[in-house]
Design a protein around this ligand. Structure first.
Ligand SMILES: Cc1cc2nc3c(=O)[nH]c(=O)nc-3n(C[C@H](O)[C@H](O)[C@H](O)COP(=O)(O)OP(=O)(O)OC[C@H]3O[C@@H](n4cnc5c(N)ncnc54)[C@H](O)[C@@H]3O)c2cc1C
Length: 570
């Protein structure tokens, strides 16, 4: 096994990982920084973000307290308010930094960066670049990262485990996908920024690569996961593919209609209508469909998203990607026709527990982006807060890791770290790759996705959640006897899929157990058997720890600074 050595190692080349790398490189130019990413960074899921990123730039009508309040109310009061206050203050600074690095934001005629309305936000504060913010933001970060000679990249390398010795992080193991060889990296500090895990679900907006790897690696290293029961469904996915139609379509004035052509949201969120938060809108669509007011198509039940009244000019100028996606994937021109949509998994509010500076509690280990849980999203994230979160807390994690690494002495690759890496080599090549017969990976993956969709989806209850816990447990057992059919080492995507599924099963289990433990309804977590929010018992974060058997649930207090929990009505 080859060994490589860096001061700071970042897993993930999306928004959070790249921002962390730049922050670390700026803090200490003498540090040797590496980014390991299973795909070329520009292919990270960040690239697909459409709508925009939130920050208070229009101080004539907006302010930090309003952004904080919207975020906290959106979170159904589960967000840590100190983290939210920090976030809203840093958000404009990060946005302007991005602008100076060259991000081509859309602009008003007077030259200012344009802002649009977004769900759950009281005022227009979402900066955008037509409807392709993710592409432009990621490109800006990527090209900025190229300026630093002390950032080295390992593209198409798949991290498999975090090496922990003597209560601190010593590095990671990763497969060079091109050669198929496992390599151990020594690192004084590690930042995980591996994104979400939407592929655990059957119907999701998430790219194939979003498999919760970093969450599982941290969990296996003893770090708790937090708010895992909080899974966001987005109300407007194309029913055939799960491709997202951005909330910006409603921000620009689009309407949601049931089969009678009625703007049904007046019954659910009368004051906000299409700009209500995602959890409430997704449930409203499900209720319309369940009560017979949805439409039926070749891909199941749906409702309509109507943009026809916006006019061709607005659609071309502000929503060109919505038009392109509708035409390409459904043969529909939204200038003249309605777009069929339905809810689907979109985002994870939960993830690896960190403090406000990305520190996980395990010396040397930092986390940021969608895979981390600061927690500023609580039980429901507001659209367009996530990209800004990746910047704000990505930078914090990079700074934290760089400061920590700067203080550490030189490392050596001796035992027990060497032993841990060799053990990982045995797991991958002897236990996962070697077996000649067994169950197919895709069978287990499909079943897991169905269990999560059917039992741990928008609506949940005690009996289906208990079944989910059992079924996922059974799938984990079956995974031990699965077969990787491709035995070659070079570009073995079958092996990568097996390792990803192994990670996903762990994460699916934590979601099911946390959802079972939270006997109330709050934000995205909707229990039909406990329909009310219960602040007496559940105004707290649930944390999940790995054990030899089933996950162990514990809790952490929610930090309330200035906004007392109140009824969440829109
Ligand atoms: C379709 C879509 C539209 C969205 N639109 C918006 C929007 O308009 N506004 C908004 O705020 N948010 C939006 N979001 C959410 C937001 O884009 C994401 O939460 C955010 O981009 C996540 O960034 P990240 O850096 O945490 O992870 P990602 O961008 O997912 O990057 C993860 C990185 O980790 C690497 N990685 C993962 N596992 C491994 C491993 N085992 N080994 C090595 N590398 C690994 C990957 O290669 C990748 O580089 C959208 C999400 C989707 C899916």
């Amino acid at each position: 096994m080859d060994h490589l050595n860096h001061d700071v190692l970042i897993i993930g080349g999306g928004a959070a990982g790249l921002r962390a790398a730049i922050a670390a490189a700026e803090l200490n130019p003498r540090l040797d920084i590496a980014i390991v990413s299973k795909v070329y960074p520009m292919r990270s899921h960040t690239v697909s973000a459409e709508g925009g990123m939130a920050a208070v730039l229009r101080t004539d009508y907006d302010n930090f307290d309003l952004h904080a309040y919207d975020t906290i109310k959106g979170s159904d009061f589960l967000a840590d308010q100190d983290a939210v206050e920090f976030f809203v203050k840093e958000a404009p600074k990060e946005s302007i930094r991005l602008e100076h690095w060259g991000c081509p934001f859309s602009r008003d005629p007077d030259g200012r960066i344009s802002v649009r309305a977004f769900g759950g936000m009281s005022v227009k504060r979402t900066l955008f670049a037509t409807d392709k913010i993710g592409f432009h933001l990621l490109h800006t970060l990527f090209q900025t990262s190229l300026r630093f000679e002390n950032i080295r990249r390992y593209d198409e390398w798949f991290a498999t485990s975090i090496l922990v010795d003597n209560g601190r992080v010593d590095g990671v193991t990763a497969i060079d996908i091109r050669s198929g060889e496992l390599v151990s990296f020594l690192a004084k500090a590690v930042v995980i920024a591996t994104g979400g895990c939407g592929r655990i679900y059957q119907f999701t907006t998430n790219g194939w690569i979003k498999t919760g790897d970093g969450m599982a690696m941290a969990y296996r290293a003893g770090v708790p996961l937090k708010d895992m029961e909080m899974v966001q469904y987005h109300p407007t996915l194309l029913p055939n593919t799960g491709i997202l139609i951005t909330e910006a379509a409603r921000g620009e004035g689009g309407h949601l209609l049931n089969k009678d052509g009625e703007r049904f949201l007046k019954k659910y969120v009368p004051n906000k209508m299409e700009l209500g938060p995602r959890d409430i809108l997704s449930r409203a669509e499900m209720t319309e469909i369940k009560e017979g007011r949805g439409l039926e198509g070749p891909y199941g039940s749906y409702v309509n998203l109507d943009l026809t009244h916006l006019g061709e000019e607005t659609i071309e100028a502000k929503l060109p990607f919505v038009k392109e996606l509708s035409e390409r994937y459904l043969g529909i021109d939204p200038v003249h026709e309605m777009i069929p949509v339905r809810p689907g998994q979109h985002y994870m509010m939960g993830g690896v527990h960190t403090d406000m500076h990305g520190f996980t509690g395990l010396p040397g280990l930092y986390a940021a982006g969608e895979m981390a849980c600061v927690s500023m999203n609580g039980a429901n994230r507001l659209g367009s807060n996530s990209l800004t979160e990746c910047l704000v807390f990505g930078a914090e994690a990079g700074i934290g890791a760089a400061q920590y690494a700067t203080k550490q002495g030189a490392q050596s690759f001796g035992n027990p770290v060497q032993g841990l890496a060799l053990e990982e080599e045995k797991r991958i090549y002897d236990r996962v790759l070697k077996p000649e017969t067994g169950e197919r990976i895709s069978t287990i993956r499909t079943e897991m996705q169905k269990v999560m969709e059917d039992h741990v989806g928008i609506y949940r209850d005690e009996s289906t959640l208990k079944q989910a816990c059992k079924l996922i447990g059974d799938l984990k057992q079956r995974m031990k006897n699965a077969v990787v059919e491709d035995k070659d080492r070079v570009y073995n995507t079958d092996l990568v899929s097996a390792l990803e599924l192994d990670f996903m099963l762990d994460i699916a289990e934590t979601i099911a157990y946390a959802a079972l433990a939270r006997r109330e309804s709050r934000g995205a977590h909707s229990r039909t058997d406990y329909p009310k929010r219960d602040d007496v018992q559940f105004l707290k974060h649930l944390t999940v720890y790995e054990t030899e058997t089933v996950p162990r649930i514990d809790s952490m207090p929610v930090t309330i600074t200035r906004w007392k929990p109140e009824a969440r009505v829109y």
